[in-house]
Write a protein that binds this ligand. Structure first.
Ligand SMILES: C[S@@+](CC[C@H](N)C(=O)[O-])C[C@H]1O[C@@H](n2cnc3c(N)ncnc32)[C@H](O)[C@@H]1O
Ligand code: SF4
Length: 459
């Protein structure tokens, strides 16, 4: 099976949305108010999915890596941390008041920032509030994004006792000299020890996260990092393409002294890593994830039931409406999206006045909900059956086609190049179309015809 056709990838490498939300976050508006969010919260009890996913955002790190594109800040004093964590607990209570207690929590995800660098009693206290106000499903997925620079072996046991059973380890690159240039501390413990201890402590799954195309990173650095992962065999491997956005993240400018791999070099890294990881027995899931064949994500892809939210890929059984807590958190509900204010200070101010800390959001109309579903199917499962979508929305397949302005003729170039098979009823992306999935998805998005193009390149 041919997944990478470099000439085609170069031809189509133009800017486009990632479709982690629909519409993309740049369409969210500041006219969206806390009252709008409140209404969406109440409505979410009566709409699917009934499951609940909770996201907890910790916008702090002990040291800022110069490549970082995440929503984080340098950790302040213990008192500042304490008041943020108090606000988090208040927000959870504030939101839980509006949710039906009988709905099961299938997913809890802690991200940031570096949640594992928090004093652990803060994590325990928040988990306790979650247990007091929500009903957990029998086997919820409880995950944390961890930096190995601050992760002690004993921490894994404590996290497991708190119910954590999945973890993303941000490795980025196995070359410690490169990490030093990036202002990042190396792992405290060898990766194999962290992985083995996590598994012994009861973690069901560990992701190893890498970034390719980093300033100063060589092809060999990335290959050696992937080799290291393949020796250890974590359940999932993730390779993110480095996003250089110095106008948005000024600290990235510090890295411009080093060689910044260009599109061609990045494509070579992507291709070589793809070959290595898939030859190592992993199944590619979307553009940046790989999973062992018996992993639930690989099985969901096979059954065409894979889903995605801002926190990553998820199976249909675990998918819930996402309720986000903390500064910058984005809730993803049936009716739309609500994002919390970005600065931890204004976030706490709102919470301490018993106000929902909404900064912007978006309420979807029916047509946009249909498009969201269509795009989700194309992006995650690389497959679309108009009849299935029509049944979900209790409309006709013709109405679904009209809503996404579907015309197989618009896909003729992709069909001729062997990227897509399509007819009146179904669309199927071939393995050759795998890395062009964003370009294919854009054909189902009427917003793209008048888009103001501020998106990153598709590769
Ligand atoms: C929100 S961070 C949290 C992880 C944790 N703080 C750490 O550094 O290990 C999640 C992941 O985003 C990725 N990431 C951060 N900055 C990036 C950038 N500029 N481009 C691409 N990926 C990036 C890294 O792989 C990182 O592990
Ligand atoms: S990469 Fe992780 S540890 Fe580094 S600044 Fe970003 S969130 Fe913090």
């Amino acid at each position: 099976m041919q997944y990478i056709d470099k000439a085609l990838i170069k031809k189509y490498n133009k800017a486009g949305p990632r479709y982690t939300s629909y519409p993309p976050a740049n369409y969210f508006t500041e006219s969206f108010t806390p009252e709008d969010y409140l209404q969406m919260l109440e409505a979410s009890n009566h709409k699917g999915p009934g499951n609940i996913s909770l996201y907890v955002h910790i916008p702090f790190c002990p040291q800022i890596c110069y490549f970082c594109g995440c929503n984080t800040n340098l950790t302040g004093s213990r008192e500042q941390l304490r008041s943020y964590m108090e606000a988090l607990k208040k927000e959870i209570r504030l939101v839980a008041r509006h949710l039906d207690r009988s709905r099961p929590v299938t997913q809890i995800h802690w991200g940031g920032g570096t949640p594992n660098a928090l004093p652990f009693h803060f994590i325990e206290e928040v988990m306790e509030v979650i247990h007091q106000h929500f009903t957990l499903a029998t086997e919820p997925e409880v995950a944390m994004e961890c930096s190995p620079a601050y992760l002690k072996l004993n921490d894994l046991i404590r996290l497991s006792r708190m119910g954590f059973n999945r973890m993303s380890l941000g490795i980025q690159d196995a070359n410690n000299n490169l990490l030093d240039k990036l202002n990042r501390k190396p792992p405290l413990y060898p990766l194999e020890d962290l992985y083995r201890t996590a598994k012994k402590a009861g973690f069901r799954g560990v992701n190893f996260d890498f970034v390719y195309g980093l300033p100063g990173q060589t092809h060999q650095d990335h290959m050696q990092s992937i080799d290291k992962a393949l020796q250890i065999q974590p359940e999932r491997i993730v390779t993110f393409s480095y996003a250089h956005v110095p106008w948005f993240k000024a600290h990235q400018k510090k890295l411009e002294a080093y060689h910044l791999p260009d599109a061609n070099e990045k494509l070579n890294m992507l291709e070589a890593a793809f070959q290595k990881i898939t030859s190592g027995g992993y199944v590619p899931i979307g553009m940046d994830h790989y999973a062992k064949p018996d992993d639930e994500l690989a099985r969901a892809l096979e059954n065409k039931s894979l889903q995605r939210n801002f926190q990553g890929y998820v199976t249909r059984e675990k998918t819930g409406q996402v309720y986000a807590f903390g500064a910058t958190g984005i809730s993803q509900l049936h009716e739309g999206y609500s994002q919390n204010t970005r600065s931890p200070e204004t976030y706490q101010e709102a919470i301490n006045q018993q106000r929902l800390p909404v900064f912007r959001g978006y309420r979807l109309n029916q047509a946009e909900k249909i498009r969201r579903k269509v795009l989700q199917e194309i992006m995650c499962n690389h497959y679309l059956d108009f009849l299935t979508i029509a049944n979900d929305f209790q409309i006709s397949p013709r109405e679904v086609r009209q809503t996404v302005q579907y015309d197989p003729a618009n896909l003729s170039e992709f069909i001729d190049e062997g990227l897509v098979r399509a007819d009146e009823n179904k669309v199927e992306v071939t393995s050759k179309g795998f890395f062009l999935i964003r370009n294919i998805a854009m054909q189902f998005d009427p917003l793209m015809s008048n888009a103001h193009n501020s998106y990153s390149k598709t590769i």
